[in-house]
Design a protein around this ligand. Structure first.
Ligand code: GFB
Length: 325
């Protein structure tokens, strides 16, 4: 049903005009770095100020004017467990609008291929682990991020429907929890990994006795360094022409408490770790089955400890900016 036969003219090459939606975010900035490093220099971006992706007319004008051939759809409203839970209306509204605008205008303007970034939270809360692509829509979602997950599922369905009806080559990829340079380190809205880097660092410089982590520390998460994700996206843009979703991850997970202990060691904090169980745990385990992407030739290269060290280095270099926000 879903494999497309793609001729060479439809394939991305070094001269192709490529639009990265969301180029200043965690994912988009890594994609931009990776594409530039790989000599793809015909890149198009717009800052949020220059192009409001929530504005259908402006997105339509942008596509008509720029006519990109390839699109990486990395723009999204994202956040950690508390932000998702507290601002679910914003998460569903903004994500639906952004992806509707970009996917529909990509179709209207004959984009050769679009890569839509989903998330591992699209899978049912209690599905068996590691999570295979086929488990999508087989059970209820985790409630803390249901609004975001439903928006991402709508994006997948949209890519598949446009493929079915209009024969577009729109591919949906499902990354696991991501981290690295340019992440959001704001303690209220960030994901766990950048939050813990900041908490342990600030506790160390303030000589605090303890660091508080949310929830029981028992949930398990899989973490993928952002440069690996960027490499996987480029690999799939070149090698995967299929509207069936595909997971991107490491296939390895750890508990939040183990993560906290690892970050504590890397940062060099000597105090205690305390749990705040008034905060939600979310899904108990979220580990992707990555056989599909491994079997077509991609595997992650940066292991967690190395990725954490690189991220902490970046954090230290950018701490003045981070702490002033
Ligand atoms: O990364 P995180 O916010 O999101 O939280 P999810 C993962 C786990 O870490 C939860 C715990 O069990 C949190 O309670 N945790 C411990 C903390 N300390 C902290 C802390 O200081 N900050 C944060 N943020 N968490 C998100 C979804 O789920 O994952 C999104 O809400 C998206 O929709 C994203 O899919 C990848 O992994 O639970």
């Amino acid at each position: 049903m879903s494999i497309l036969s793609v001729n060479n003219k439809q394939k991305m090459d070094k001269k192709s005009k490529i639009y990265i939606a969301g180029h200043n975010g965690l994912v988009g900035s890594a994609l931009k770095r990776k594409l530039k490093e790989s000599d793809y220099n015909n890149l198009v971006f717009r800052t949020r100020k220059e192009l409001d992706l929530l504005d259908s007319n402006k997105v339509s004008d942008f596509f008509k004017k720029e006519r990109p051939e390839f699109v990486f759809l990395a723009a999204a409203k994202v956040g950690g467990i508390l932000a998702n839970d507290s601002y679910s209306a914003d998460f569903i509204f903004q994500n639906l609008l952004i992806q509707n605008n970009i996917i529909h205008n990509s179709y209207l303007n004959k984009v050769k291929k679009l890569l839509f970034l989903g998330s591992s939270c699209i899978y049912p809360k209690d599905c068996s682990q590691p999570i295979k692509e086929e488990y999508l829509l087989t059970g209820p979602l985790e409630k803390t991020n249901k609004a975001y997950a439903v928006a991402k599922i709508a994006g997948i369905e949209m890519c598949q429907s446009y493929h079915k009806q209009y024969k577009t080559n729109f591919v949906s990829v499902m990354p696991t929890n991501l981290y690295g340079p340019n992440d959001n380190f704001d303690l209220k809205s960030s994901h766990v990994l950048p939050a813990l880097i900041r908490k342990f660092h600030e506790a160390k410089i303030n000589n605090d006795k303890e660091v508080v982590i949310w929830g029981t520390g028992l949930p398990r998460r899989e973490f993928l360094y952002i440069d690996d994700l960027a490499e996987a996206c480029l690999f799939l843009m070149k090698n995967y022409d299929n509207s069936e979703i595909i997971n991107i991850g490491t296939g390895e997970d750890i508990t939040i408490l183990e993560l906290a202990k690892l970050i504590k060691k890397i940062v060099g904090f000597n105090g205690e770790i305390i749990n705040d169980t008034t905060k939600p745990d979310g899904t108990l385990q979220k580990l992707l089955n990555v056989s599909k992407i491994n079997n077509i030739g991609w595997r992650h290269r940066i292991f967690l400890e190395e990725g954490l060290k690189k991220t902490y280095e970046w954090f230290l270099k950018n701490y003045d900016k981070i702490s002033s926000c």
